[in-house]
Design a binder for this molecule. Structure first.
Ligand code: HEC
Length: 198
């Protein structure tokens, strides 16, 4: 065997052994209290984006300009999505901040996706993240109504969202104001809490 092939074969065996060690010995930390390593996060995020883009290509987007459709989408969003993603002026439920990856603030990220991609993500969900598939939970018209609302979400002011959905201050803000949920200081816990509260 030529030296170059021997080196390549050696590298491949070493790579396979390293991968087997990571899987078999449980070296990768899958706890949700610690974030993914930066390269892992980049790899997962890039894979998710190209997977969605590829699958959304053939989706035909219906008209999404109707005000009544958007209002219906807002009500559906408020009932089904706010617990994890929050909304302008409304915090997610505390449990959602314990998810890794943390659910994106859609008021910021919805703009990064086309209507077809949003529809695909909401319909099919995303494996290994906690993002549910809504295909068998909501009819197709409702999914498009949510997409119609997601298009205007980034430009919505907190006071308008709260007024139009009849929401008051989130419970977490009330608890903080009442001085509940206080624990003694601890730097390591604090670091984690900052990550967990995104
Ligand atoms: C149980 C929690 C949970 C619920 C409920 C939920 N999601 Fe998600 N969602 C997630 C997580 C976790 C992710 C993956 C991390 C992220 O946001 O990228 C995600 C990702 C997304 C994304 C891709 C966002 C991005 O920028 O990466 C969209 C769009 C989305 N969700 C829309 C919705 C809509 C619309 C609803 C309601 C119909 C909803 N989600 C309900 C947890 C949830």
């Amino acid at each position: 065997m030529k030296p170059v092939f021997a080196t390549l074969a050696g590298l491949m065996i070493a790579g396979a052994l390293a991968a087997a060690a990571v899987v078999g010995l449980g070296l990768y930390d899958i706890s949700a209290t610690d974030q993914h390593l930066q390269p892992t996060y980049r790899l997962l995020d890039a894979s998710m984006r190209s997977s969605v883009a590829r699958r959304a290509r053939s989706i035909v987007v219906p008209g999404l300009e109707d005000a009544a459709q958007r209002d219906h989408g807002m009500a559906l969003y408020d009932a089904n999505c706010v617990p994890c993603h929050g909304a302008p002026g409304v915090a997610p439920e505390p449990f959602a901040l314990g998810l890794t990856p943390a659910p994106a603030n859609l008021a910021h990220t919805a703009r990064e996706w086309s209507a077809a991609e949003l529809y695909w993500v909401v319909r099919h969900g995303i494996k290994m993240t906690g993002m549910p598939a809504w295909a068998y939970r909501l009819p197709d018209d409702d999914l498009w109504a949510i997409v119609a609302f997601l298009q205007v979400l980034p430009s919505m002011r907190p006071q308008d969202y709260r007024a139009r959905t009849g929401r008051t201050d989130p419970p977490r803000a009330r608890e903080a104001a009442e001085g509940k949920a206080r624990l003694p200081g601890d730097v390591a816990r604090g670091k984690r809490a900052i990550q967990q509260y995104a």
